[in-house]
Design a protein around this ligand. Structure first.
Ligand code: NI
Length: 244
């Protein structure tokens, strides 16, 4: 149920009975030597679309760029500054709200977006008490982290994790790229760090992960868990008032 593949009369009809929109948001940043640069937006997009199918809800075009300044010393990464991202989120929400959308559920794939999302939400809601806004970061869902612990023990890591690499291999099997076993360094340091310091501290881009343990099959299991858990959260979010 992607908005990009509908026409306006279809959307107008949808808005007669529903006011919810799922918005995938991610990043375009390095994910270690064998992870896809698009990992964060590709996973958020696939999850949002799956939940949209499950629940009969429209999905907005993916916000593929996020706040990824710390990854800019790796080729292929591109980032929005926090103030740009806040404005993008605000403009997207207020545009769709003019059409009649009132409930916005952001499916987030990237930790660096959370503070900008929260700032944008605070700004929007101060002016628009009629709107409801929610974020769910898929990799933080307790059902997902429990399964990741079972699959990867304490080697899942914090960036280019075994879990997210596995999910991309489930979604894009042709991208599966083997890597030698080994846990990437994950020194305790100040945060955030700048791009050059990040690359010095985390030389191949990973933080504490061992994606040798990743498989598409584990990715399929994690994806299905996240899909179910997100659908449950969307259901609760929409149940707080009558019109979906
Ligand atoms: Ni990621």
């Amino acid at each position: 149920m992607e908005i990009a593949q509908k026409n306006w009369p279809w959307v107008e009809e949808y808005l007669k009975t529903k006011s919810a929109l799922l918005v995938p948001i991610g990043s375009n940043e390095q994910h270690g030597p064998n992870g896809l640069i698009g990992t964060d937006h590709l996973v958020a997009e696939s999850l949002a679309r799956a939940v949209g199918e499950d629940m009969g809800l429209l999905v907005a075009p993916t916000l593929a760029y996020g706040m990824s300044h710390h990854h800019l010393a790796f080729p292929g990464s591109a980032s929005l500054s926090p103030e740009t991202l806040i404005r993008v989120i605000r403009d997207v929400v207020t545009s769709f709200s003019r059409n009649g959308f009132r409930r916005f559920f952001f499916v987030n794939g990237h930790g660096g977006n959370v503070s900008s999302l929260q700032s944008a939400f605070s700004d929007i809601l101060a002016d628009r008490p009629d709107l409801r806004l929610q974020i769910a970061s898929w990799w933080l869902l307790p059902e997902v982290t429990a399964q990741e612990r079972e699959f990867f023990g304490n080697e899942n890591g914090h960036h280019a994790t075994c879990g997210e690499v596995s999910v991309t291999w489930h979604l894009y099997p042709e991208s599966e790229t083997p890597i030698a076993p080994g846990v990437a360094p994950d020194p305790e340091t100040e945060w955030p760090v700048g791009p050059e310091r990040y690359r010095m501290l985390f030389p191949d881009g990973r933080m504490g992960s061992n994606p040798f343990l990743s498989t598409g099959e584990k990715g399929r299991a994690l994806f299905e868990i996240a899909r179910k858990s997100l659908a449950e959260r969307v259901r609760k979010f929409l149940a707080m008032d009558g019109k979906h």
